[in-house]
Design a binder for this molecule. Sequence first.
Ligand SMILES: [Mg+2]
Length: 147
Amino acid sequence: MEVKMNIYLDIDGVLIGSNSPQKDRVRFIKYILKHYPDSTFWLTSHCRKDVNRTAEQLQYNGDLPKKLIAKMDRIIQPNGFDTLKTDGIDFSKPFLWFDDNLFYSEKEVLQRHKALDSHIMMNKKEPKMAKIALKILKEQKLHTDNP
Ligand SMILES: [Mg+2]
């Protein structure tokens, strides 16, 4: 059974520019593409209204395999926002948002929607972060599959 949950992904400090080993970040990304192919969205400054530069950013400023970047580009949906990243979140659905940052104003919006737990703070200095994030995803799936 596919889980009805949206995934929101930041790029810098999460998929690239983090101390997590490449193989762990690749595993994390592949898991998302496999289990949430229809409900994963960019939530990054590299994807604003009408301008999606995520593939360029991943390709020129990161270390991920080209094939994987192409697959992400096909599957992950663009999602523009104006000022706050929370503007790009659909609060009517359960979600997980992986980001290495959270502005105070965004935190307030999450709190208002009782969704603070849906933001996963990705510590880019922590080498185990991608592994931890994958574990969170797997636990979430277990929880959602067997309510
Ligand atoms: Mg970031």
